[in-house]
Ligand binder design. Structure first.
Ligand code: ZN
Length: 151
């Protein structure tokens, strides 16, 4: 009987080790936005062990997307201003154009709606600063954040 305790301790440690190996990194972020031109996330770290990264964008407000639309647009930091200035004219296509500097984007949603976007992590480079923002006119000032690839 004296041997049982070490065996159990060993078993617990083994299970713990297996859990650590299996536990996947968090490859999803959920962002809540509202009618006050606000979202609750201004910094996202993407683990390079993720194959795909997923953004869930939720609009907790009530206003229509025509007056309080939100989307999630990802560019390199240095491309953000140019891209944002150009897409603001694209009302017909919900403030998105086919600029290749847009790495990923969600669709535009209004109050009570949610949307999900996934993009391939191998498009990102470590050491590069990325930015994300809402491209609805005049929202970028209040709805933006930084994103980077980490170990
Ligand atoms: Zn917005």
């Amino acid at each position: 009987m004296a041997n049982i305790k070490p065996v159990i301790v060993g078993l617990v440690m083994l299970v713990g080790a297996i859990n650590n190996v299996i536990a996947s990194p968090n490859c999803t972020v959920t962002i809540h936005s509202n009618d006050q031109i606000h979202w609750n996330t201004d910094d996202i770290k993407v683990s390079k062990t993720c194959e795909m990264f997923t953004i869930n964008l939720i609009h907790d407000g009530h206003l229509d997307k025509g007056v309080m639309g939100h989307n999630w647009v990802l560019t390199k930091e240095q491309d953000k201003e140019d891209v944002a200035k150009a897409v603001i004219l694209e009302k017909e296509t919900d403030y998105i154009n086919d600029d290749p500097r847009i790495i990923a984007h969600s669709k535009l949603i209004g109050g009570g709606q949610r949307t999900t976007i996934s993009f391939e992590v191998n498009q990102l480079q470590q050491g590069q600063q990325y930015s994300y923002f809402c491209s609805y006119p005049e929202h970028i000032g209040l709805m933006q954040g930084t994103l980077e690839l980490v170990d």
